[in-house]
Design a protein around this ligand. Sequence first.
Ligand code: PAF
Length: 286
Amino acid sequence: MQVIATIDAFRQARAAFGPLGFVPTMGYLHAGHLSLVERARQAHGATAVSIFVNPTQFGPHEDFARYPRDMERDLRLLEGAGVDLVFAPAVGELYPEGFGTYILIPSADQVLEGAARPDHFSGVATVVCKLLNIVQPTRAYFGQKDAQQTVVVRQMVRDLNLPTTIVVAPTVREADGLAMSSRNTYLTPAQRTAAPVLYRGLLAAQARYAAGERDGEALRQTIREVLAREPLVRPEYVSVADPLTLRELVDLDHGALLSLAVRLGTVRLIDNLVLGPVDPKGSGNF
Ligand code: PAF
C-alpha cells in the first residue's frame, strides 16, 4: 500500500493502475468505510482511499478542529483491507494560497442538511470534485448514511460531466441500530444509550408505511413521537421527502426518503431510511 501526500506523486502512482475504485473519507475509519472499501475492491481489484478532513465543509462553529483523527490506525485498517493507494494530503496541498474556486449547488442549500449547515455542500462538492480529478476513479463509493451528500455528488458529477460512476452503499449499523459515524465517539455513555432512538423512529415510520400509511405528515409525526420518548434527544428536523428532489411529500405515491437530524447535547446525529421504489435512473442504487 502506498501512502501519498502530494497531488503530483499520487498522479504518478495512479498511472500504474487501470480501472480503479475510490472511497473518499475524512478518516477515523469504521466498519461503514471498510464496507465501501470492500465493495470497491470486489468490483475493481485496484482501490484508492483518501483521508482528508476537509475544512471547507465545516461551518465556523462546527467541529473541524476537534474532528477525530487517527492516521496510524486508519492506515493499519486500510492495509488489512487490501487498499493499493492512500491519498492523505495536508490542507495546503488541496487549498493552496490563492485558492478561490467553489462549486455551488443552490438547490441543496435550501433543505435538510443544507438548510442547517450553510456552505456545507459547497465544501463537499468542491472537495469531491477535486478528489475525483486527482484520483481519476472508475467508480467512487459513498455511504447512504449521508443521503443528501449522495444526491449532491450525483448532481455535481452529472452537471460537470465527470467520468466517474457514483455508487451508494447501505448504511452500516451497530448491533442496536445506531448508524456508524466517526462522530459517535463524541457521545457520552448516557447519550450513546439514547442514540438508537433515531433508528427506532425511522423503523416505526417504515412499519406504518408497510401497513399502508401514505400520508407524509402522519409518518413525520410517527417519527417525532418516538423521538419524544428520549428526553436527551432534541430533534432538528424530521423529513419525509422525495428521494431525488428532497422536496417534502404530502402523499407518498412513489418512494420516499425518511431522514432526521437531532442533537444530543452538543453532538449532532443524522440518519435515514428509504421507503419503496426509487427511479433507478435518478439514483441508481438506493
Ligand atoms: O462523507 C465524508 O466523509 C465527506 O463528506 C467526504 C465525502 C469525504 C468529503 O469530504
